[in-house]
Design a protein around this ligand. Sequence first.
Ligand SMILES: [Zn+2]
Length: 227
Amino acid sequence: MIRILWEYFFSWIVYLLGVLSNCFPRAVLHYILQLFPYLILGSICYGLDVIFLSVQGGHLRAVVDNAAHGIIAFISWCIVSEIQTRKNLIDGIMCGFIACAIDVDHFIAAKSFNLQDALHLNKRPFLHATTIVIIVVPILQVWIAQNIYFLRSLPYLFAVAVISHHLRDGNRRGLWFWPLGSTPPLPYWMYITCTVALPVIIKDMKSSIDKFAVIPISRQNSVLMDV
Ligand SMILES: [Zn+2]
């Protein structure tokens, strides 16, 4: 089933590229293709919001909302890594999983597994403070990414997962910079623009830092074994 869907999607992309190549000069087409992943990401953000707003029922809305966080984070990481290896795909799934897992703090703060309790808190739960990115990312970089080669992308994918989640929530409730306070709710255009800009910024930052990364000799074998 997945293979049929993939072949259908792939043939549709080839058809679309054929149409585009007949309509635009090569230089313009190259520019459009570079923007294509970002257009897809923005369209998916909008499409998921349309689905979310059309869904009735608290539990189903919570599931759709949480899945939307995961899908947006996964696609954002696909753009950052360009999915060149199987590990990039695993990282993308991990990024989506982290984005979904952030909402667990609602239940922790409510001290209850009841969805209504989790959704009606007096204050925002701790994992929704955007400040955690500033605190946790350097810790992940120093203690995990530099020591475990397989997890070398963890700080970046954590940042993508958390920031994309907070931006989506920020459209309704603003960004919370503990201990300073919260911004007003982000306008919709700003949420979409920041979400699309996020992988651009992280990709640029990652490639700049990777240029200066020195791989210890003891870990170079694992580079060769990379999947
Ligand atoms: Zn949330």
